[in-house]
Design a protein around this ligand. Structure first.
Ligand SMILES: [Mn+2]
Length: 289
């Protein structure tokens, strides 16, 4: 397995200098840097080419996350919004290709976070999502990109809340570059069993986000059953990417979007964040291999 971390652990705003993080995560013991792909739309190709070169030089793989907003919801009943979604995806895929990012994961089949003041029809939205993701998958294939359908907890999404729904979704889409994506933070809220959910996903599992119940980096003695999860990953011969997505700092747009209303970092300096991340990846590597 390869181990990674999402850049926004260190950031209070979503826009950041990705290039600087490549060497940092390498030094901390990671194989992967996950970046926010739609933010690349505001980045020059020249910058993205330098990002690609830096990642290659350091031996770091880049993976991508994306949470589409309501105006770019691929499952929307409004054809204008669906068109806007496809246009944004295509522009994003181009930027990803330039930067050498071959994987995009998140609530791609809908939008994030969901506004429950707006009424919705789950069945109809699911049907549109399946058809449109199939079309999107073919577009992504032209850019050599795989898509991860992230299962989200009820407070952030309603189409795929448990792995079983994602398995059915991915099977209906029926494209080799569309995979199930799980995240232990969401699983902790929705799944009856971490191990059973992972075994159910089997070879459809394409990406795994890890984090404690409160989104700290995984640690020995935490509340998530890391040993059980590792055993299930071995049961399905998972050889893919494991990316931690920790959020511990209060403040800024990141803190607000992630709903961090108390500071889990206790205002610690960046060196302590680094130390915690390094310890976390060492812990997972030793436990899971
Ligand atoms: Mn996640």
């Amino acid at each position: 397995m390869k181990y990674g971390i999402y850049y926004s652990y260190w950031e209070k705003e979503w826009t950041a200098d990705y290039i600087g993080y490549v060497g940092k995560v390498k030094k901390l013991g990671f194989d992967i840097l996950e970046v926010g792909c739609h933010f690349m739309l505001n980045m020059e190709d020249e910058y993205l080419l330098r990002l690609k070169a830096e990642a290659e030089a350091q031996g770091i793989v880049l993976t991508g996350g994306y949470g589409p907003d309501a105006a770019h919801n691929i499952a929307s009943p409004d054809p204008q919004i669906v068109k806007a979604a496809f246009d944004k995806y295509e522009a994003t895929f181009k930027k990803m290709k330039t930067a050498g990012v071959k994987k995009l994961g998140g609530g791609l089949y809908s939008y994030w976070p969901v506004d429950y003041n707006v009424p919705f029809d789950k069945k109809a939205d699911l049907e549109r999502a399946i058809n449109n993701i199939r079309e999107l998958a073919d577009m992504a294939a032209d850019y050599d990109i795989a898509l991860g359908m992230e299962v989200l907890n009820r407070f952030e999404g309603y189409l795929l809340n448990i792995c079983e729904e994602a398995v059915e979704f991915v099977d209906k889409v029926g494209r080799p570059n569309v995979k199930v994506m799980l995240d232990t933070f969401h699983m902790n809220i929705e799944e009856d069993s971490f191990g059973d959910a992972i075994r159910l996903a089997g070879d459809r599992l394409g990406h795994l986000h890890v984090g404690e119940a409160n989104r700290r980096p995984p640690f020995a003695g935490g509340r998530i059953p890391w040993k059980e999860i590792g055993e299930a990953l071995h049961d399905i011969n998972y050889d893919g990417d494991v990316v931690m997505e920790p959020f511990v700092r209060m403040g800024g747009t990141v803190g607000k979007d992630i709903r961090i209303w108390h500071d889990l970092s206790n205002g610690c300096p960046e060196a302590k964040l680094d130390e915690d991340a390094a310890k976390s990846v060492k812990f997972l590597r030793e436990l899971w291999g």
